[in-house]
Write a protein that binds this ligand. Sequence first.
Ligand SMILES: Cc1ncc(COP(=O)(O)O)c(C=O)c1O
Length: 409
Amino acid sequence: MTSYSSLITTSRDRAGNDPIFIWNGEARARAAAGDDILNATIGALMNDDGTLSSLPTVIDTLKRLTTSAVGGYAPISGLPSYREAVVRDLFEDGPLASQATAVAAPGGSGAVYAAVVNFLDIGQKMLVPQFFWGPYREITNHSGRGLDPFTMFDEDGAFDIAGMSAAIDRHLETQGRVLLVLNFPCHNPTGYSLTDEEWTRVTDVVHQAGQRGPVTVLIDAAYMEFAGAESRSWVPHVPRMLEHATVLVAWTASKSMAQYGSRLGAIVGLHADPDELAQMDNALGYSARATWSNCPHLGQLAVTQLLTDPDLAAAVTEERAGLMTLLQNRIDAFNSRATTLGLPTPRFDAGFFVAVFTPDEDATAAAMRKLGVYVVPIPGAVRVAVCSTPESTIDRLTSALEAGLAAVR
Ligand SMILES: Cc1ncc(COP(=O)(O)O)c(C=O)c1O
């Protein structure tokens, strides 16, 4: 055997797995060995019996559409009907629909990737709030870009819009362009959703900054449907952003249709200038061809029907409402105990996760593991996947969080 490594330097010593899957793996191994484990690391909505929640209408539709035809390739940018259905899902028949294009992508992850490689040059950085979905780091790093987090919360626990504004100014000065990610509503990992007033103020900043250079706002809407009536609270702010900026939306069926493994998403681009929109559409299609080539044909057909057939859409909404009730009961129980115990958390109205702040996330998570409770340590906090913890376990979960925080005081 030779001693040469053919791997290029930057590909050596890479973590082959997401840290979340590593903690999840350890929790499962201990449970299989007979330990009494509470696993709050899993980022998927689970039933109280530990099985994956699903939407029967989605499964039936996938089964019904499984024919030989779906073995054929879908178009590079996605089935036209799918692309149209995604745009209508977000903007209905409103004026934004005519300023938007959707290009199929393998989940929200693919959408984020497409945004990064088309709206940042190599060497430039993407702006994210300080608490962020971990893979933003890998996606930007892997493509020769980088990540630049800004302080997320101000002293009052509200979104730090002044910090965001300063970061935008800095990027305009230092790299001549901005790609800002806003993963709202139901931010992963904190659980925070922007209020309407916060969206207005964010929009004001974008409106101002976009007059000084190219500014792109990527709304990562992965958990949008779980915000209920607030799911599209950001949409009314988009027209004002578009006066001077580009808006992208990372759309995914992973959570909204409980189809994490089907890899069904889209990158939606919005621009006020039709020529620029056509440029964006071509660029996003080019990225698809150059990476995943095309997206699952069966899933695109299914999602199209599920979004556009009124009976199917109503059934999905009703079934999802059942899952939202399951989740909301857990959130209410969590918030009530967090208040009693004085756990430091952001406002948490909806979504899969909440963050509990800690000065030493590794020590807090380690102390919790001793109690058999698994959460994910992230810089400055531990992430608690309420989506995978039954309501009956919330007392144990919050007591472990209290103990985990006491261990670092
Ligand atoms: C914030 C955020 N964005 C995007 C995604 C992408 O998910 P997927 O690629 O499965 O659609 C996730 C999934 O966990 C997420 O949490």
